[in-house]
Design a protein around this ligand. Structure first.
Ligand code: DGY
Length: 323
C-alpha cells in the first residue's frame, strides 16, 4: 500500500478486507479503472476499454484469460520467484506429514484419543523419506520442473535422495546440460526428464508442481495413480485441477498409494467434511497456504504493486507475463 499511496498520479480504490474480494464489489468498482491488482480467486476474462494493466498477486495466472487480454492489448504482471522458497518449504512439510501419518497423529491427539494408542512397535509407522542402509535408493518425481520443483529438490538432497525424475511440458525439450549440472551439484545418480508414466511408476514421492489450466487438467487421474508404488506419496502444491479428487480418494481408500499431501483441491475453498478426500485418513490437506509466510506475502504484495505501477506509469514490470 505505501508504494501505491506515494504515487499521487494514482487514484486508489481499495477492497478493505483481508479476504478474497466480492465479485459484485469488483465489478462495481472496476469500471473506468486503468489498472487492477487481483488475487487468484478473481477471474479476469474480459476487460472494459479503460483497463490497461492486470497485476495478479500470485505466480499462477490461469485465472486470467491471456488470449482475451492480449487481444485487448493489456499487460499482465505476476509474482514469480518471491514465493519459490515458501512453497518449496511447504511441499517438503506435506511430504513428511503424509508419509509419516502427521494428519492421523495430530487428529488422534486433538480428539483426546492418544490414551488408546500406547507406544507400539509398528504403531503409526509410514515410509521413511530419508534413505536408510536397508533402503538406500530414493526417487523423487516431479510433474513440472520449474523454479519451485527445483527448490523442493534442493531441500530433499540432505534426506539422501538418489534419483530425480520429472516430466514437464511435452513440447519443450529436456535440458540435458542443466540436468547434468544439478546431478553433479547434488551428487545424484540421475536427474532426468522421462515420460509421465515413468515418473509415476518410479517415484517414492511425487510432487505435482506444474501450472494449472486446460493443458494439465486431471494430469493425475485413475490410470496414473494405478501406476504408482503402494508406498508412494503424492503431493500437490500447484492447482487442485491437476488431480482428479475422486480418483485420488479411491487410490488412497484401496491402497494403490500410501498417502497424499494437498495444499490445493479442485473446487476449493468449498471443501466440506464429507468430501471424499477429507474422509481419507492418509490425506493431509491444508487450505492453500503454500506461500503464506509473512515475508513471502509481503514480497508478493510489493511485486504486485511494482508491476502495476510500472505497467501504468511506464517502465519495465519486474515480472510481466509473456503474452
Ligand atoms: C500462487 O501464487 O499462484 C500460489 O498458489 C499462491 O499461494
Amino acid at each position: 500500500m505505501p508504494l501505491l499511496e506515494e504515487r499521487s498520479e494514482l487514484d486508489l480504490v481499495v477492497w478493505p478486507e483481508d479476504r478474497a474480494c466480492d465479485r459484485a464489489w469488483l465489478l462495481d468498482n472496476i469500471t473506468g479503472a486503468a489498472g487492477v491488482i487481483v488475487t487468484l480467486t478473481d477471474k479476469i476474462w474480459i476487460a472494459g476499454p479503460s483497463l490497461k494493466v492486470v497485476s495478479t498477486m500470485s505466480v499462477g495466472y490461469e485465472h486470467v484469460d491471456l488470449k482475451a487480454v492480449a487481444q485487448q492489448g493489456l499487460k499482465v504482471g505476476y509474482t514469480p520467484d518471491v514465493l519459490t522458497d515458501a512453497v518449496a518449504d511447504l511441499s517438503v512439510m506435506l511430504a513428511l506429514m503424509a508419509g509419516r501419518n502427521g494428519g492421523i497423529g495430530t487428529s488422534v491427539v486433538q480428539k483426546g484419543e492418544w490414551k488408546n494408542y500406547s507406544w507400539a512397535p509398528f504403531g503409526f509407522c509410514g515410509p521413511q523419506l530419508s534413505t536408510t542402509s536397508a533402503s538406500p535408493k530414493r526417487t523423487i518425481g516431479f510433474l513440472g520442473f520449474g523454479r519451485i520443483a527445483q527448490a523442493t529438490l534442493a531441500r530433499l538432497v540432505p534426506f539422501g535422495v538418489t534419483h530425480c525424475l520429472y516430466s514437464s511440458n511435452p513440447t519443450s525439450p529436456a535440458n540435458h546440460a542443466r540436468d547434468a549440472e544439478l546431478a553433479a551439484k547434488y551428487k545424484l545418480q540421475a536427474v532426468k526428464k522421462v515420460d509421465v508414466d515413468d515418473v509415476a511408476r518410479e517415484s517414492d514421492v511425487l510432487f505435482v508442481l506444474a501450472p494449472g489450466g486446460n493443458d494439465t487438467y486431471h494430469l493425475v487421474n485413475e490410470e496414473l495413480l494405478k501406476k504408482m508404488k503402494k508406498t508412494s506419496v503424492l503431493i500437490n502444491a500447484s492447482r487442485g485441477t491437476l488431480v482428479d479428487s475422486d480418483a485420488l480418494a479411491k487410490a488412497l481408500h484401496e491402497g494403490w498409494i500410501w498417502g497424499a499431501g494437498l495444499d490445493v483441491v479442485e473446487g476449493e475453498p468449498n471443501i466440506s467434511v464429507d468430501h471424499p478426500l477429507v474422509k481419507e485418513p492418509r490425506c493431509v490437506i491444508v487450505p492453500h497456504i503454500a506461500s503464506a509466510t509473512l515475508e513471502t506475502r509481503r514480497a508478493m504484495a510489493t511485486r504486485a504493486a511494482q508491476n502495476l505501477i510500472a505497467g501504468l506509469l511506464g517502465g519495465q514490470m519486474p515480472a510481466q507475463v509473456d503474452l
